[in-house]
Design a protein around this ligand. Structure first.
Ligand code: F6R
Length: 596
């Protein structure tokens, strides 16, 4: 996720900005830049690490400036796409985190008015909008500009020859650090802690103006807001984790936002036919590894149901051994990192076989994006914990949207049905939020698993792969042996392993599999294996058959993997925590698997 910093005061601004930006490196980034206010605006930026940009940084003079680390979302990672951006006159410089949804339309208008653009980003429209609206008052110009913008932002501006910094926020973090005769601004407190621990959190739709002496926050109607500063007692490491004990937990809790961002930046593209033009593929193959493979398996059920297209799923490491006979015309490759060696090899193989290729990835400009014809970007933001959580859930969002796109192209769903599904998808952030609100119950339930040597995870239909993913999560971070099974397969072997020391987790949403799942739960309990059942709110029957029940908000059956996944992630997390495991960096595992 991008990082923002700003400084105004007596120090050399470049030094403060560079050291603060370095504190935000943990957020992940692909380019960096600074703008320092002097008689002229002094701008420097580059692709790659902050150290690369710093190595060629001229010695800019001035005590006011802004800096940025960019995690590419709109436009490749490149020097021209790095922030800050300046207006046509070189009077203003701006950095931004978030997404400007209607940037294409605004850019067209501004181009027609003669504004000159230098990047492919959505952000650049903001600085030109402010330039258009600037009549001597930077704050007013920003407010007027944001009124026509759809999307989310933390946006920060400086002006040639001025000591003030103006910023605004909507759904992207922004915090002011209060000093004596100097003030700071950043995406999170980590960047500020070397200078101050007194902070003011900026809220949605607020605008802030700061000089070395004064900070004023304005509410949406332009009235000054009185806010008491908070004193931060976190260490820098605690601050990076936003107060969470581990990155994995922080990332689990970021899922509502990750889903919202993925929907926001892709819904319209898909609905306007911006991806998979002539999407008439008679069959689809989805190829991936690990957690991404489980997303692929869920995607198969959804695409087949919604778009009525047959879907095959294959492990990327196995794809090369296929003969290519009767190859599927469309191959979808899923990789959160976009760097997994087996998935890259599969993408090349798919093209060699003459298939159309589409990647689902979280990393703009990753190698996979260059190996395929089309890309669907999940907008989870960087994931630091090795275990995939928010990237998995946003891959699901991607697959559901692609299913809708195929259904639309093939007329497999009516306009009304598509509209209903769209509305159901838009409820998902709230559904996930509710599950997270009940995390303490999941923490208690995790005690059932924490001391086990083996655990079974059972589900049917599209929750069979959900449970495969639940088992993978548990084994990778807690080192407990876990097996995911299609519940109907139980009698064909694994039942022999069940006893009172082997707990089972069962997905029991109220759908067409419910009665059979209930029978399976009873079957397992009869072997004395304690069952932790996950069901929908309002279900009273589950408690009669299972040892313990976790209830999640009821959703249309097709969406049940979303709340169930969140419970499974939390279960693994809390079980691993009880066992004292190295949760963010499990032994023997790497975030990006670049060898075959
Ligand atoms: C598990 C996990 C791995 C990855 C797999 C593929 O939590 O993260 O199983 O899913 O290594 O990685 P990507 O999606 O980057 O291709």
């Amino acid at each position: 996720m991008c990082g923002i910093v700003g400084y105004t005061g007596p120090r050399v601004a470049t030094e403060v900005i560079l050291s603060s930006l370095k504190k935000l490196e943990y957020r992940g980034y692909d380019s960096a830049g600074v703008a320092i206010v002097g008689e002229e605006l002094q701008l420097h930026k580059d692709k790659g690490e902050i150290a690369v940009m710093e190595s060629t940084l001229p010695s800019f003079e001035g005590g006011v400036g802004i800096g940025h680390t960019r995690w590419a979302t709109c436009g490749r990672p490149s020097k021209p796409n790095a922030h800050p951006f300046t207006d046509c006159q070189g009077r203003l410089a701006l950095v931004h985190n978030g997404i400007i949804e209607n940037y294409a339309e605004i850019r067209r208008e501004l181009l027609a008015e003669g504004h000159r653009f230098t990047s492919e980003t959505d952000t650049e429209v903001l600085v030109h909008l402010v330039e258009r609206n600037f009549e001597g008052d930077l704050r007013q110009a920003l407010v007027k500009s944001l009124a026509v913008v759809k999307g989310t932002y933390a946006v920060v501006l400086v002006e040639k020859g001025a000591r003030h910094i103006v910023a605004a926020r909507k759904e992207n973090p922004l915090v002011v650090g209060l000093g004596v005769g100097e003030n700071f601004l950043a995406s999170d407190v980590t960047a500020l802690l070397d200078y101050t621990n007194k902070v003011l959190y900026i809220m949605d739709d607020e605008v802030v103006e700061m000089t070395p002496e004064k900070v004023t926050i304005y509410d949406p109607s332009g009235r000054p807001v009185q806010r008491r500063p908070e004193v931060i007692s976190w260490s820098a490491e605690e601050a990076q984790k936003g107060g969470f004990e581990h990155f994995m937990l922080k990332e689990i809790f970021e899922q509502p936002e990750a889903i919202r961002n993925t929907l926001r930046s892709n819904l319209e593209i898909l609905e306007n036919g911006g991806l998979l033009g002539n999407a008439e593929a008679s069959s689809v193959k989805i190829v991936a590894c690990g957690t991404s493979y489980h997303a692929a398996m869920i995607g198969k059920y959804v695409i087949e149901k919604v778009a009525k297209v047959p879907v095959a799923v294959e492990l990327a490491s196995e794809y090369r051994y296929g003969t290519g006979a009767k190859e599927h015309p469309l191959v979808v490759l899923i990789s959160q990192s976009g760097e997994t060696a087996d998935t890259l090899a599969a993408a090349r193989e798919a093209r060699r076989r003459g298939c159309r290729t589409l990647a689902i990835t979280n990393v703009v400009g990753s190698t996979l994006t260059r190996e395929v014809e089309e890309v669907f970007y999940t907008r989870a933001g960087p994931e630091i914990g090795v275990a995939a959580t928010k990237t998995f859930i946003t891959q699901l969002v991607g697959l559901y949207l692609i299913a809708m796109r195929l259904a639309q192209a093939r007329k497999a769903m009516s306009v009304d049905e598509l509209r209903t599904m769209r509305a159901q998808m838009q409820q998902l952030p709230q559904v996930v939020r509710k599950v997270l609100d009940g995390s303490s119950k999941v923490e208690e339930a995790a005690d059932m698993l924490a001391d086990a040597r083996d655990v079974f995870f059972l589900g049917r239909n599209l929750n069979f792969p959900t449970m495969l993913e639940g088992a993978l999560k548990l084994k990778e971070i807690s080192y407990i042996h876990a097996e995911g099974y299609a519940a109907g397969e139980l009698k064909h072997g694994p039942l022999a392993l069940l006893d009172s020391r082997t707990p089972t987790v069962a997905a029991c949403p109220k759908d067409h599999t419910y009665d059979k799942m209930l029978a399976n739960v009873a079957e397992v309990q009869a072997r004395e294996s304690p069952v932790l059942a996950i069901g929908f709110e309002g279900d009273r029957d589950l408690a009669q058959v299972a040892s313990r029940v976790i209830l999640v908000p009821e959703v249309p059956p097709m969406f049940s993997p979303f709340p169930i996944t969140v419970v499974l992630q939390l279960l693994s997390y809390y079980a691993a925590k009880r066992r004292g495991c190295s949760i963010d960096k499990p032994k023997n595992l790497a975030k990006s698997v670049t060898v075959e």
